[in-house]
Ligand binder design. Structure first.
Ligand code: ME8
Length: 675
């Protein structure tokens, strides 16, 4: 059965500042979900836009000495450019100052009024302009809004919405729509809030002018949230327009992605307004968490709103998209860390995905197979190939389900099982040895299996990495992905690559940044430089960046704690000095004249494997370790043993029964930190 059309929206962003990484998170997620729906052949629509009315915007415009309309006009390009830079391809961009929006907001007002749900009264209480939210005395914390922002006392004539009338209706609606809010925990919070009983909501303001005039009462402007929430339908052309019939309930799956801070507006007020206006609520409100940046809250006072574009400039838009979708569990709070971004870039993307493509398409296929996709008999797969196909099928099925359930981070985990399996397959089948031996038949089977895995990956990764996935496809001799409504292109059948097609080796997808380049990136992005980059390889301190100097100017709290620690207890700072990583043993041999010492070449995510000597030769043959993932310390000073140099240490445990190296029980990417 063809799935329903999919309509996904981001919040419309206030234009009181330029877009930051929190906004980018919602927008990238919406773009990923839209692209995924399209790959599945579904009819999809992606809406974003800007929230331009209200006291907050009026005040910023005044601070800049501009009429609010002109101020807003000047801010819009920053949003559009940012989304373009992040490869976010929305179908519509709604501005709340546009006539099409204002007309529908007025229409909503009239309908709620006709339903008897709007009445004139007087509001007296607290208001936070920064939050654009009314607060009761009880809700204030130390005289401030629960968000920590300032509040003002307001007393003015106001229209009210009879929200109290909707308490039971909303509870009944939640009961009959158990998926209405996700994650479930937040749905429970919404329900408890409503169960306590709802108070009528002030719906208009009279003490400033920058808003949509209330129909029939032009001395009032609509409360900015009543205006803003209407955008999701005004952008469809109102409820009588064909787009509404196509993309709203009950004909479509309409999903609002919102930050947890604005869930109440979307899960309580918006459905109540819609019920009052005689319209169905959206299908689902998906609330994601909040992000800190390198452990700190983003705030105006700190001036640390992180702009996304310079990051995309430094590491590429797709790498940033990948990082946001992979590192932060959708629905939960998370931290944006420049260090983790670069670790994911070098680990998952460079070593995991980029290398897989590079090893085969740029190296073995041109060198040993005349640059063509081999022709093989796909019906006669060997055991290893069958296993790889099964992994690919499992990854595609799970990633599909997880994207349907809006769990992009878990979908990426599932897809990376195929990346890991294909890399392992290359390590085990050693195609370069097959080429050396002249075993062309087997070499063709092996290369085909890897190339076909890459084709599957290029489809599954397209929603996340549209540019890189298409670059992969070009290298595989395939056309760019062109999703078509009605045509499900999600991979399901092995053997799509046509033998005889020429591959087109290209630049590495995710080229490594050497240490100098990494330092330059941290410097350019104003991010704290990690310790590992603070010294040059010769051991002399590197030139200090501006951001470091700024950091050093502050007293370091943890040092004080360290002084107070009892003997033998270390602080977290001491622990992180030891750089432990996951290594993949690429080769190994015995050190002559030693029964203990093995020399291992270990991939720890660097361009060349590290040479590490380990005194474990009484317990392991080198061959037993090749292909194993093991924990290693990588920042020990190099040490000479039996005339050879060791650049690290293998971690192992032993007792009377024997010795065992420490290995993870999953195929984790080499180079990631042990923590
Ligand atoms: O609230 N982490 O606009 P806004 C994650 N105009 N996401 C974040 C974030 C962070 N630190 N900071 C912001 C508004 N966001 C209203 C919306 S909708 C009818 C009206 C994201 O500019 C998150 O999605 O304050 C949040 O809900 C949205 O930006 C709010 O942006």
């Amino acid at each position: 059965m063809q799935a329903k059309p999919f309509y996904v929206t981001t919040p419309i962003y206030y234009v009181n500042g330029k877009p930051h990484i929190g906004h980018a998170y919602s927008t990238v997620a919406a773009d990923v979900l839209t692209r995924y729906a399209r790959v599945r052949g579904r009819n999809a629509r992606f809406l974003t836009g800007t929230d331009e009315h209200g006291q907050k915007i009026e005040r910023v415009a005044a601070e800049q000495g501009l009429p609010p309309a002109e101020y807003c006009d000047r801010m819009i390009p920053a949003f559009r450019q940012c989304w373009e830079a992040l490869h976010c391809e929305y179908d519509d961009f709604i501005r709340t100052t546009s006539p099409r929006h204002m007309q529908f907001a007025e229409e909503m007002w009239r309908r709620c009024e006709a339903a008897g749900d709007i009445y004139l009264g007087e509001y007296e209480g607290w208001y936070s302009v920064a939050d654009e939210t009314f607060y009761t005395e009880k809700e204030l914390v130390d005289g401030k809004a629960p968000t920590g922002r300032p509040v003002e006392r307001v007393k003015e004539p106001s229209y009210f919405f009879r929200l109290s009338k909707y308490t039971d209706k909303l509870l009944a609606f939640y009961e009959s729509h158990p998926d209405f809010v996700r994650p479930e925990g937040r749905f429970n919070e919404v329900k408890s809030f409503v169960r306590e009983g709802l108070r009528d909501l002030s719906l208009s303001r009279t003490t400033f002018r920058w808003g949509i005039p209330v129909p029939g009462a032009p001395d009032h402007v609509m409360y900015v949230w009543f205006d803003a929430l209407s955008n999701y339908i005004s952008a469809l052309g109102g409820d009588r327009a064909p787009l509404y019939a196509e993309f709203w309930e009950p004909n479509a799956r309409a999903v609002h992605l919102v930050g947890k801070d604005i869930l109440r507006f979307h899960a309580v007020y918006w459905p109540a307004f819609l019920m009052s206006a005689g319209l169905p609520p959206p299908s689902q409100v998906w609330s994601h968490g909040w992000m800190t940046v390198n452990g700190a809250k983003m705030s105006k006072t700190e001036g640390n709103f992180l702009p996304p574009e310079p990051i995309a400039d430094a590491v590429g838009a797709d790498a940033l998209r990948y990082y946001l979708m992979r590192d932060i569990a959708f629905g939960q709070d998370g931290d944006f860390s420049h260090q983790n971004l670069l670790a994911r870039y070098h680990g998952d993307l460079g070593n995991g995905l980029g290398n897989l493509l590079n090893r085969i398409v740029s190296s073995i296929v041109p060198k040993s197979l005349e640059g063509r996709i081999p022709r093989i008999d796909a019906s006669a797969l060997g055991d290893r190939e069958k296993e790889l196909v099964q992994t690919a099928e499992r990854a595609a099925k799970r990633a599909g389900q997880l994207l349907d359930d809006i769990a992009p981070h878990r979908a990426l985990e599932a897809i990376w099982e195929l990346v890991a399996a294909a890399n392992k397959y290359v390590d085990q089948t050693e195609p370069w040895q097959l080429a050396k031996k002249g075993d062309t038949r087997r070499l063709e089977e092996v290369c085909y299996a890897v190339l076909e895995s890459l084709r599957w990956l290029s489809v599954m990764l397209w929603p996340f990495l549209p540019e890189k996935a298409d670059a992969m496809r070009t290298q595989l001799g395939l056309p760019a992905l062109m999703p078509t409504v009605g045509l499900d292109a999600w991979p399901s059948a092995w053997g799509g690559l046509v033998g005889g097609t020429s591959v087109r080796p290209g630049a590495p997808l995710f080229p490594r940044f050497d240490e100098d380049q990494q330092r330059a990136i941290y410097e350019r992005l104003g991010a704290p430089l990690p310790d590992a980059l603070k010294k040059t390889s010769a051991g002399t301190p590197a030139a200090k960046s501006k951001s470091e100097k700024k950091m050093e100017a502050k007293p370091e709290a943890p040092k004080k704690e360290a002084a107070a620690l009892p003997e033998g207890v270390i602080s977290i700072d001491d622990l992180v000095k030891v750089d432990m990583r996951l290594g993949l043993v690429k080769s190994g041999e015995r050190v002559p004249k030693s029964d203990k010492l093995l020399e291992l070449k270990v991939d720890i995510g660097e361009p060349e494997p590290r040479t590490i000597l380990a005194g474990i030769g009484k317990h392991y043959e080198p061959e037993q370790l090749v292909g194993r993932r093991i924990a290693v310390v990588v920042n020990l000073a190099p040490r000479a043993m039996m005339g050879r140099m060791s650049h690290g240490m293998v971690l192992a445990v032993s007792d009377d029964a024997g010795l065992s190296v420490l290995s993870p029980d999953k195929e984790i990417t080499p180079g990631v930190k042990v923590k």
